[in-house]
Structures are given as structure tokens and as C-alpha cells.
Ligand binder design. Structure first.
Ligand SMILES: Cc1cc2nc3c(=O)[nH]c(=O)nc-3n(C[C@H](O)[C@H](O)[C@H](O)COP(=O)(O)O)c2cc1C
Length: 226
């Protein structure tokens, strides 16, 4: 499956079948996790067959999970710049999982940390968990808002930029908050901004949206403003 197809097919799934992740798929995920951790200083871990992290959460309106037995623990040092990396590389793994036929859901709020299932290095915190497995449903597309609200450009932006925006607007964000903006500058330089949210998670959301934008726009068409 092309990455853009996986981006379009991905939706948050919170109810899972009692079906294990095959050994070969788990190995593919582990290899990607190892590469990402080594290259970027993250400490992402795959936890299989552990039913407690998403079980018995007393939240009525948001984050009702059932049947979650597999998940990623997205651990990394604390801090803004790490949060963007957490989002970017966590989403790379989400899209890989989707292309392997698995469903996912990011969780920043509605999970429990189960001691003994993961390890932290000094200075690490758990930023999020990502539920993984075979969903009972493929999930539903979150409502789309007009793209124009999420970018600034001098005149009509080029096709590659619009495709990047389309992919960014399909990105998962905490409570679907989408507190980001993409700004097109001359010479195909793209700047990003985040806005305040009482929920937080806006830097993680931005990293996720930037991963989507790169897939939609094509990395060769632009450079990020540092
Ligand atoms: C950083 C982050 C944290 C999230 N935390 C939770 C959570 O704690 N519980 C939950 O049920 N969903 C959580 N979500 C999933 C969002 O609610 C979901 O991505 C959003 O509503 C958009 O829907 P979609 O993923 O189906 O496109 C989180 C998503 C992100 C990106």
C-alpha cells in the first residue's frame, strides 16, 4: 500500500478483535522502531499481549477502548522539540501499521502505565501510547474543515502544497483539535505554527501533521523553515 493510501485509510479505532498480531508483522514493526530509536534518540517500545493499559478506564465521553492488547509506548526525553519528534516518528509507525493491515489509536490521556511492561532511560517520560491491532471496524473519517483555515500563502498555493494540506488535515490530533497552521513562503519554504490548547499535545499533533504533509506534498518540492 502506498503511504498516501494508508494515510487516507487510517482512522482512530478504539475497539479491537481478540486476534494477535502475526510474528512477521510484529518483526516489521520492531525493525522500524529500532531504526527510528537509533537515528533519533527516541525510546519507543512495542508491548504485545498486555490487556491492562486500556482496560477499566472510567471516562464516559472520550476514550472508550475495548479489547486493546497491543500498543506502542512512545517514550522520549521531556521538552518541546522532543514532542514534535514523538509525533512525527510515532505517526510513521502508525502509517506503517496501517499499511500492514492493522488499526491504531494515539492515546495521550486515556490510558494507564503498567509497571514492568516498558523501561525508561534517565530523563525519559511516556508521552503517549498508541493502541495497535485488528479493529472491529475500520474507523470513521473525522469531519473535514475548509483547508483555507489552516494555511497562509500569497495567492493560490501550488498543487503540491494543496496535496500536503489535504494529507495534513487527515492527521490524527488530540481531541481532533487541529491547532496548527502551514505558511507558504517564497522559494517553496514552508513554516508551521501551533496555537494554544487547554488540552496540550499541540507539538505532538504538529509532528504528526508534518509527517502527513511531507507524504502529501512530496519532500522534494519544498523545505521546512528552521
Ligand atoms: C496526541 C494525541 C493524543 C490522543 N489522545 C487520545 C486519548 O487519550 N483517547 C482517545 O480516545 N483518543 C485520543 N486521540 C485520538 C484523537 O481523538 C483522534 O485522532 C481525533 O479525534 C481524530 O480522529 P481520527 O484519528 O479518527 O482521524 C489522540 C490523538 C492524538 C494525536
Amino acid at each position: 500500500m502506498e503511504l498516501i493510501e494508508a494515510i487516507k485509510a487510517r482512522h482512530s479505532v478504539r475497539t479491537y478483535l481478540n486476534k494477535p498480531i502475526e510474528t512477521a508483522k510484529a518483526a516489521t514493526l520492531r525493525a522500524a522502531i529500532e531504526r527510528i530509536n537509533q537515528d533519533n534518540g527516541l525510546n519507543i517500545q512495542l508491548v504485545l499481549d498486555e490487556p491492562k493499559a486500556f482496560n477499566g478506564l472510567f471516562i464516559t465521553t472520550y476514550g472508550q477502548f475495548s479489547g486493546v492488547k497491543n500498543y506502542l509506548v512512545v517514550a522520549a526525553p521531556k521538552g518541546k522539540e522532543w514532542e514534535e519528534k514523538v509525533g512525527y516518528y510515532g505517526e510513521e509507525l502508525v502509517i506503517l501499521a496501517q499499511s500492514l493491515g492493522l488499526n491504531t489509536c494515539w492515546a495521550g490521556l486515556t490510558y494507564k502505565k503498567i509497571p514492568g511492561t516498558f523501561t525508561l532511560r534517565e530523563g525519559d517520560i511516556v508521552h503517549c501510547l498508541i493502541a495497535l491491532g485488528y479493529g472491529t471496524i475500520p474507523g470513521v473519517q473525522h469531519p473535514q474543515k475548509p483547508m483555507e483555515r489552516f494555511y497562509e500563502s500569497d495567492g493560490l498555493p501550488p498543487e503540491w502544497f494543496r496535496k500536503g494540506m489535504e494529507a495534513a488535515l487527515l492527521a490524527p490530533t488530540a481531541v481532533n483539535q487541529q491547532k496548527f497552521k502551514f505558511i507558504l513562503h517564497p522559494s517553496n519554504v514552508v513554516e508551521t505554527k501551533t496555537f494554544f490548547s487547554p488540552w496540550g499535545y499541540t507539538r505532538i499533533d504538529l509532528g504528526i501533521a508534518k509527517y502527513h504533509f511531507e507524504i502529501g506534498a512530496g519532500k522534494e518540492n519544498f523545505t521546512w523553515k528552521i
